[in-house]
Ligand binder design. Structure first.
Ligand code: 4AD
Ligand code: MG
Length: 464
């Protein structure tokens, strides 16, 4: 008998078809009239397959008591139109095999309505819940949409290194990678490290961004994007920060800041459109159970043009608003999440692209404006999340780039290959980075970034 996944059965299954379904039991109900109902889920979709097992099915007497919540089963049978409400079709079993039992006394997912905090402690089992199954499918759809967006526009998918010796953001928030025996060094009370003895012959770290390497390919092959895990040892315990997160970073030669904004805006809108089209059941679930406004929020984002606002005007709006914030801002201050959310949620009620930030707030690689005070940076802010994208036009002029490196206390010699790009055939270019988990937060309405990545890494937490 063909083995079919439940999403396909519920979508296309015809009465009288014989097939085998396999998955994990959500519930079992025994009727007094000599049969049992099983709700079976295999993760292919939100919905369960209803299965009717008569007590005349071979093995019923010995197996049915092992068909408990969490057990894995394989069931052969024939599809029938369902007389009950809630499903078009159901499977009438002709044989039942329990593949793996799940002891009812110890299986942790017995009752419905576990807290997110509890589920984080059982991150290996939480994908079996409705919420985390839906998050996994929507996250997958977003990743597919990201690749599709760039591939259909002729971008090259580039793999940039995970281990690196340069700090792209210059923020000193990198995880060091070493094969030196730290315990031994401590024991020998060695206080100066001879990096030549280390694996790479110099200090190396996990990357915070693939941008610098992406620029080398953009200025050779053309439009490209890198999409991979990035790592930040920033000690911020918030609902929006992870120590390990996934970032997609397109980089485009001959783009200036407005082109970069156009691409970012259509990128965000396309991802939303794709998820609404491909995951309607999961999105209906999020709208009903997680955030009752999520669908209307997404509709609002995809139907309106994003506001484009210079940083200087944003500061004026914030200071003139009369609203009390935890942090006061003036020209030159970094915006906090509270200010970003005020702008995008309260003041405008739609996404905002903030641009032309003070150069003192931004990394060395951003292109300086003629005012000598600001750089061509852009941050895309969205309701519910705040910053979802950060990017800029890049400084393509060698002398100014080197001056900016000095300002940022970086040694241009360490970036010799990066400055070479400005020495040989330099061109205007631009790019940005979208945090995948921030996009999942926006689209699902989930509120904690720890719940939209399978195994979150945050300060003090690297379990699983
Ligand atoms: O603004 P960021 O730091 O920009 C860069 O890394 C650039 N090199 C990107 C580029 O221009 N190619 O990070 C980009 C995005 C943020 O807007 C946010 O969505 C996400 O990455 N992000 C994080 N997501 C989760 N946890 C963290 N700790 C994050 N830090 C940044
Ligand atoms: Mg940023």
């Amino acid at each position: 008998m063909p083995i079919t996944r439940i999403a396909g059965i519920l979508r296309d299954g015809q009465p009288e078809t014989q097939l085998t379904a396999r998955g994990w039991v959500r519930t079992r109900r025994d009727s007094k009239n000599g049969f049992s109902f099983i709700e079976l889920n295999d993760g292919s979709c939100m919905k369960n397959l209803q299965i009717v097992v008569e007590n005349t099915v071979p093995g019923y007497e010995t197996s049915i008591r092992d068909v408990t919540t969490g057990a894995s089963v394989s069931i052969e049978g024939t599809l029938k139109e369902s007389p009950g409400k809630g499903q078009r079709i159901e499977l009438h079993a002709s044989s039942l095999t329990v593949l793996g039992v799940a002891d009812a006394a110890t299986y942790p997912l017995q009752k419905k309505g576990h807290s997110m905090e509890f589920l984080r402690e059982i991150a290996h089992l939480r994908p079996r819940t409705n919420t985390f199954g839906a998050v996994a499918r929507v996250r997958n759809c977003i990743s597919w949409s990201i690749h599709n967006f760039f591939q259909t526009r002729g971008f090259l998918y580039l793999n940039t290194p995970i281990i690196t010796t340069s700090d792209c953001e210059g923020a000193g928030e990198m995880f060091q990678v070493t094969t030196l025996d730290l315990a031994m060094l401590a024991k020998k009370q060695i206080d100066t490290i001879d990096w030549k003895q280390d694996f790479f012959g110099k200090p190396a770290s996990l990357t915070v961004s693939g941008q610098l390497e992406a620029e080398t390919y953009a200025t050779a092959i053309g439009d490209c994007y890198t999409f991979g895990p990035t790592f930040r040892a920033e000690n911020s315990n918030t609902t929006r920060h992870l120590a390990e997160f996934w970032m997609v970073e397109p980089e485009m030669p001959f783009y200036e800041l407005p082109d970069n904004m156009d691409l970012a805006e259509s990128f965000v809108k396309t991802i939303i459109n794709d998820v609404l089209e491909k995951c309607p059941d999961d999105m209906a679930f999020f709208n009903e159970r997680i955030d009752k406004t999520v669908l209307s929020k997404l509709e609002n984002i995809r139907s309106k043009e994003f506001i484009r606002l210079p940083y200087t005007e944003a500061i004026e709006i914030i200071t003139k608003s009369g609203k009390k914030f935890d942090y006061n801002v003036q020209w030159g201050s970094d915006l906090q999440t509270e200010h970003e959310r005020f702008l995008t949620e309260e003041h405008f009620g739609q996404p905002v692209i903030l641009f032309n930030y003070p150069r003192t707030l931004k990394p060395f690689y951003m292109r300086c404006n003629d005012d000598e005070k600001t750089v061509r940076a852009m941050d895309v802010l969205v309701p519910g999340v705040g910053e979802i994208i950060g990017g800029s036009q890049r400084e393509e002029r060698l002398d100014i780039l080197v001056q900016r490196m000095h300002e940022c206390h970086l040694n241009p010699d360490d970036y010799w290959w990066y400055t070479d790009l400005r020495r040989f055939g330099t061109v205007p270019h631009a790019g940005f980075g979208l945090g995948l988990e921030r996009a999942v937060l926006l689209i699902t309405g989930m509120t904690n970034i720890r719940d939209v990545i399978p195994f979150p890494r945050t300060p003090g937490h690297a379990e699983f």
